[in-house]
Design a binder for this molecule. Structure first.
Ligand code: SAM
Length: 250
């Protein structure tokens, strides 16, 4: 059960939209006051935030308009993630981000001209992403036009039903335990981990992605072991991408 609290002055229709988004996925309770303990979702003027009761000043938002993402996009398709996903030579690559999280990598790929569909198993995290998408659209960000939506589900189940012709590549960035290099600041990563935990089923996820016959790129800490021998690796100081090519080697 997650508590939902709206800051005074927030349009009540936003609470209704949020309740609808979580319906059937996660029991939720509307709160008149912020709770004294536990985590809750707060609707604020700045957007939807995940908060911990004893640290209400440290809300976690998905922010797709962050200046850091604009800076990151200046590298263009020379970026490690772009090379790992094989974006070069494809005018509008269609990417499935099967571990969306707060969607910073999705937002980066959108800025690089991709069409991005996403999967996320946590309804709370998916609600934060939906809020970020709305704010980006309201701000008139042109790249948001490439966003194809987020499915709240277990990725392997979706991957089984996927038509390989719909995508050019699958991107995986599960939450590995221990050391992790993330697109997120450390404090945000800690809060995210509180909600989603680690992803001990990353091996099964990789298998399901490879079974689609599509190119797969999985992000790792530079020193962490590969889950299966990759066809090649794209290495940087902060992250390593293990790349699995389709059987044809394309
Ligand atoms: C490290 S975060 C991803 C961060 C993201 N790349 C970003 O840039 O913000 C991993 C996310 O993947 C989700 N996830 C992991 N395994 C999954 C699975 N099998 N199905 C759906 N979601 C999954 C987790 O719930 C978590 O939110």
């Amino acid at each position: 059960m997650i508590g939902l609290w709206a800051e005074p002055g927030v349009d009540p229709s936003r609470l209704a939209v949020l309740t609808e988004r979580l319906a059937g996925r996660m029991p939720a309770e509307t709160l008149a006051e912020p709770p004294a303990s536990g985590i809750y979702l707060a609707l604020t003027a700045a957007g939807l935030e995940l908060r911990v009761a004893d640290m209400p000043w440290q809300g976690l938002r998905a922010d797709w308009l962050d200046a850091g993402l604009d800076r990151r996009a200046r590298e263009g398709r020379r970026a490690l993630i772009a090379r790992a996903l094989g974006l070069r030579g494809i005018a509008t690559p269609r990417i499935l981000d099967a571990t969306c999280g707060l969607g910073r990598d999705s937002a980066h790929l959108l800025r690089l001209g991709c069409r991005v569909s996403a999967i996320e198993r946590s309804p709370i995290v998916a609600a934060l992403v939906a809020d970020a998408v709305e704010r980006a659209a309201t701000a008139g960000a042109a790249w948001i036009g490439g966003w194809c939506g987020i499915a709240v589900d277990e990725a392997p189940a979706r991957l089984k039903e996927l038509m390989a012709s719909e995508f050019d590549a699958i991107y995986l960035d599960p939450m590995f335990g221990g050391e992790q290099r993330s697109a997120l600041p450390k404090r945000d990563l800690q809060m995210l981990r509180r909600v989603v935990g680690d992803d001990p089923d990353a091996g099964a996820l990789l298998e399901a992605a490879r079974a689609t016959g599509l190119r797969v790129a999985m992000k790792h800490h530079p020193r962490s072991p590969a889950l299966a021998p990759p066809d090649h690796q794209v290495r940087g100081g902060r992250a390593r991408f293990d790349v699995y090519l389709p059987a044809s080697g394309s």
